[in-house]
Design a binder for this molecule. Structure first.
Ligand SMILES: Nc1ncnc2c1ncn2[C@@H]1O[C@H](COP(=O)(O)OP(=O)(O)OP(=O)(O)O)[C@@H](O)[C@H]1O
Length: 521
């Protein structure tokens, strides 16, 4: 009798008969990204997302985003953040910091509680859009409402949206303070307070706003700070507003392993010519070209068009809806090149960008690090090319010293294996859940498939982009425009006369004293 019972019990399953992984089989996962990755993201402890005991609905969102395993910063942050402890985390650009704070934030949200429970602060409007899209994607099965709010858009719309339950607010500090001060955004139950690009948010332009915002949160809120760079300014905030934070620093070295950095020494008036050479010789999948001022952004965009290539441009003085449109169209691959100011230096995540060009060399190491980190996302390969003029030589030296990195003279032929992907089709496109952009994208794909020339549609010119000329971007994501890669088969053949640059830098006559280091965690 007893043995009969034992046999029966052995045959009894406590599940409904399905195996644990059945739910995974039904997920709509994106195409696998087979590109090589560096240790910046592969040197993990071997944890799985399941090891964090997250809600199944959240795991579903994570896997449907194409994430297979947590990156090192996610492994370190998620378990601690889930306990509600304060976190101060520093990790390299593009290694997955966003999901490192979004995942625990989502897990801790109670969808049934009709209150705002988390505030995610970022320094720019574009980054706010991007971060809210990550929340929506990862949390899409959780039944929660995420709202993005930034300056430059109508306050009325925000007020209307806050009439409904909003579980997570993502935005820039000024607008949120406005909403909280007016009593429109109620943060009294917002237990989670996250600052991404925290060092930027703690710069003098934002500090007062941040401190005021904190007053609207409950006293026992969880504060989490993330960035690749933490200058000394963060320490004061930590001491004042954080309680025994768990500190994570994954930056034993400062630059990304996958990015090869070059400089070309060039006279200021030869820079455009040099850029022309780069365009014709490099195999650019998508590129971001940085200038040091809004005026120079516009001038360069015009010059690029005159050269016969096409580009978008973006800077802080443009209308917000133009900025948004450029950002989304560029992310969706509608244009090969984007010229911009430091507005898009931080956080912007476009995996298809394989080349960053500093048309103007940045003034400090922090900006340099964030700019070049726009390529080589999530441990992939990328190229950073710096056009250096006579005045920049001290800065070049100083930034190399501060970052402990070597920026090499541009060789006459750049090895394609350093930055070119064999199958760009498998590069993940940015997470994009906003219906209006989905619609835009579909329309765009339709046009590109039908007739690439439609991208020259004058209606598109209003979006802050220069298009047209012989190099106008045609054919969507199917291949680079003829002019931009026709010489690529022969590799990069540096031609100093044509490009107007020297490969070797002049020795700095005097070495500038190092400025404030970026490396203080
Ligand atoms: N576990 C993961 N598996 C696969 N891809 C991931 C994973 N985590 C993040 N990613 C992808 O890696 C890319 C970079 O992530 P993210 O933008 O969060 O980096 P970051 O560290 O915040 O960079 P930055 O410092 O430049 O802001 C994104 O495209 C994201 O979708």
């Amino acid at each position: 009798m007893a043995s009969e019972l034992v046999n029966k019990l052995e045959g009894t399953s406590l599940t409904d008969g399905s195996t644990n992984n059945d739910w995974k089989a039904g997920l709509k996962q994106p195409k696998r990204d087979g590109r090589e990755q560096t240790a910046d993201v592969t040197a993990t402890k071997g944890l799985e997302f399941e090891d964090f005991y997250l809600k199944r609905e959240l795991l579903m969102g994570i896997f449907e985003a194409g994430f297979e395993k947590p990156s090192p910063i996610q492994e370190e942050t998620i378990p601690v953040a889930l306990t509600g402890r304060d976190v101060l985390a520093r990790a390299k650009n593009g290694t997955g910091k966003t999901a490192a704070f979004v995942i625990p934030t989502l897990e801790r949200i109670n969808p049934k509680l009709e209150k705002t429970q988390a505030l995610l602060l970022v320094p720019t409007r574009e980054l706010a859009l991007q971060t809210s899209q990550v929340c929506k994607m990862l949390g899409k099965h959780l039944g929660i409402n995420v709202m993005v709010t930034t300056g430059g858009t109508g306050l009325k719309d925000d007020i209307m949206r806050l009439n409904d339950t909003v579980h997570i607010i993502v935005g820039t500090p000024g607008r949120i303070l406005d909403l909280a001060s007016k009593g429109v955004a109620d943060l009294s139950a917002a237990q989670t307070f996250v600052m991404d690009e925290a060092d930027k948010l703690l710069s003098p332009e934002f500090t007062v706003t941040i401190e005021q915002l904190l007053q609207f949160h409950p006293k026992d809120r969880q504060v989490m700070l993330f960035s690749a760079t933490f200058p000394i300014v963060v320490k004061a905030f930590k001491d004042k507003h954080m309680s025994d934070p768990h500190e994570i620093n994954l930056m034993d070295e400062l630059t990304l392993r996958g990015i090869t950095q070059y400089y070309a020494f060039v006279e200021e008036k030869q820079k455009v010519h040099c850029l022309n050479t780069l365009f014709s010789r490099l195999q650019i999948n998508q590129s971001i070209i940085f200038c040091n001022s809004t005026t120079r952004v516009e001038l360069l965009a015009k010059k690029i068009t005159e050269l016969g290539y096409s580009c978008f441009y973006s800077h802080a003085k443009m209308l917000q809806h133009h900025r948004n449109r450029v950002f989304h169209d560029f992310r969706n691959g509608a244009m090969r090149n984007l010229v911009c100011s430091d507005l898009l230096t931080r956080g912007i995540d476009i995996q298809a960008v394989n080349v960053v060009i500093n048309f103007d060399f940045p003034k400090n190491a922090e900006t340099y690090l964030h700019r070049i980190g726009r390529s080589g996302r999530f441990g992939h390969l990328g190229l950073a090319i710096n056009l250096i003029n006579w005045e920049d030589r001290f800065n070049l030296y100083r930034i190399e010293q501060e970052l402990g990195t070597e920026i090499q003279p541009i060789p006459s032929a750049i090895d394609k294996s350093l930055y070119v992907y064999d199958s760009p089709d498998s590069i993940p496109r940015p997470i994009n859940t906003a219906p209006q952009y989905k619609q835009q994208q579909q329309q765009q794909q339709g046009r590109q498939q039908g007739n690439g020339q439609d991208l020259q549609d004058p209606a598109n010119r209003t979006s802050g982009g220069f298009r047209g000329g012989r190099g106008g971007y045609r054919g969507g994501y199917r291949g680079p425009p003829r002019e931009q890669n026709q010489q690529n088969q022969n590799g990069y053949q540096g031609n100093q006369r044509q490009g107007g640059y020297q490969q070797q830098r002049p020795p700095p006559q005097q070495q500038q004293t190092a400025g404030q280091p970026v490396a203080q965690a």
